[in-house]
Design a protein around this ligand. Structure first.
Ligand code: GDG
Length: 468
């Protein structure tokens, strides 16, 4: 079995199941793959250093080896806060109004990708499979190729891929996309993002796409495919049935005193549509005065990327909106929106999901969205809640038994909240049963097995071609 080298911006060191602040599904799935394949997970430590030395901090925890490097403050500013989170993230989420182009960001991005390449290169053995993650590291593969790495290399993009007409607004977009063609496998969350990528290759680079989605480029064959990510279903179900989840569920239920509850759980990010969600809820309260004191929205929104101005802005906007809506609809003994800027351990989160009659997942654009899947997995099968899901989340393509909404339409979301709150039990059950099956069948283990299989299949083909 080939060894796996996983490379991502940050590394998640394995923790015991159920540990406080235990890692998310992606980290669990990658760690289990690394354990099986005796692999290494490489990335940034999250720490700063005065001067970059390339020193590798190697650790072995719970059967997984991690290797991390520290970055300079300028690297963090230009690569992470800059090109990754002020240029590519907004652009990939269709927000060219928020996209900032700065030559220093581009240079910092290339410099850090080269630092990653230089540092990880000595760790790669001949038969290893290399699996790179996300928009932070698009050119890494081509830098490794320049250094003579011939291994099979795959890239998985966790975000959407934007339409060509938006992407061409990025200076040097050709160079960025061409660098991605150094990978052997390029994975996207959905057929939609894959289609946009292939459209770019055809229109902007004049490449032919084979009927099987394969691309011939400079004598190499590249597979571009959709691999929809999922949650670690078994781990999440187990957590949802734990004593910790029960306790969180019971406490929350007691605190709402018989009112129905809607829940949102999102990193505090403008792509998640939180402002529009709050306005829709406010519209629902205004249009249904009889319901107004009977329903609570719990929004958990841990802060994220706080060094970036657009994130400070969204935080201020939401604080203002929450104050405004609560001021208009609260009573002495009742506040309609509980807006919480902190994170909770996963098992408690599972209890919160179970306590909510409605899961409100309304991003304006999202690569996949795992919260939608977690909400479904946490429900009681005999009396499940209803999932309201944005049509613009990648998850909508797999979860059409949810109530799909256009998050920009305040009226539509408001009416859908009413529909969800009054949905008969039989319909809730039948929708939930189908959703649960899809979440179970398309879990994160299936996702990484599919990706690694395609990456490895190419290695076999390459090997037999060399043998011939
Ligand atoms: C990117 C893509 C894609 C949130 N609050 C708490 C908490 N969370 C966890 C959730 C969920 C995860 O964070 C968020 O995942 P999402 O998929 O919803 O969104 P992104 O963070 O934007 O992730 C996305 C994903 O990558 C995977 O490919 O689906 O489209 O944007 O697991 O539960 N976890 C805990 N406490 C919290 O308060 N423990």
């Amino acid at each position: 079995m080939s060894r796996l080298i996983v490379i991502s911006n940050r590394v998640s060191v394995p923790k015991a199941a159920g540990a406080a602040g235990a890692q998310g599904g992606l980290a669990v799935a990658l760690n289990s793959a690394l354990r099986e394949n005796r692999g290494i997970w490489f990335g940034w430590s999250g720490q700063e250093t005065e001067e970059f030395t390339g020193h590798l901090d190697m650790q072995r925890n719970d059967g997984v080896t991690t290797a991390t490097i520290d970055l300079e403050p300028q690297d963090i500013e230009e690569y992470y806060n800059g090109y990754a989170n002020r240029t590519l993230w907004p652009l990939f989420h269709y927000r060219i109004d928020l996209t900032e182009y700065d030559r220093n960001f581009g240079e910092g991005y290339e410099r850090v990708n080269r630092r990653f390449a230089d540092s990880v290169r000595p760790l790669i053995d001949q038969d290893d499979l290399v699996w790179v993650h996300d928009y932070h590291l698009l050119p890494l593969g081509s830098m490794l190729r320049t250094q003579g790495v011939k291994n099979r290399m795959g890239l998985f993009l966790h975000t959407p891929w934007p339409p060509t007409r938006l992407l061409v607004s990025l200076p040097f977009h050709e160079r960025l996309v061409e660098s991605m063609l150094a990978y052997d496998v390029i994975g996207f969350q959905t057929e939609e993002w894959l289609g946009s990528f292939l459209h770019y290759l055809e229109k902007e680079m004049g490449l032919d796409i084979g009927t099987d989605g394969c691309i011939e480029y400079q004598g190499r064959r590249i597979v571009a495919r959709a691999f929809p990510i999922g949650i670690d279903y078994a781990e999440f179900r187990e957590g949802a049935q734990s004593a910790e989840a029960d306790e969180a569920h019971d406490k929350l239920k007691a605190s709402v005193r018989g009112r129905k509850m809607l829940i949102g759980v999102d990193r505090l990010d403008y792509s998640k549509g939180l402002g529009e969600r709050f306005e829709s809820f406010s519209r629902f309260l205004a249009d249904n005065p009889d319901q107004a004191s009977q329903v609570v929205l719990l929004q958990i929104a841990p802060p994220s990327r706080g060094d970036v101005a657009s994130y400070q802005q969204i935080r201020e906007d939401l604080e203002r909106k929450t104050g405004h809506i609560n001021g208009a609809h609260a009573d002495v003994a009742f506040v309609p929106i509980r807006y919480v800027n902190r994170g909770y351990p996963r098992r408690q989160l599972a209890g919160f999901y179970r306590a909510a009659e409605v899961g409100l997942v309304t991003p304006l654009r999202d690569g996949m969205n795992l919260v939608a899947k977690e909400y479904v997995a946490a429900q009681k099968e005999d009396d499940p809640g209803v999932l309201i899901l944005s049509q613009f989340a990648g998850a909508a393509l797999q979860m059409d038994d949810a109530l799909l909404v256009n998050p920009h339409s305040i009226e539509h979301v408001s009416e859908t909240i009413k529909r969800a709150l009054t949905m008969p039990l039989a319909e809730r059950r039948s929708r939930h049963e189908k959703l649960l099956q899809s979440v179970r069948d398309n879990d994160v283990i299936h996702w990484r097995q599919e990706f690694v299989k395609v990456l490895f299949a190419g290695a076999l083909a390459q090997g037999s071609a060399q043998d011939a």
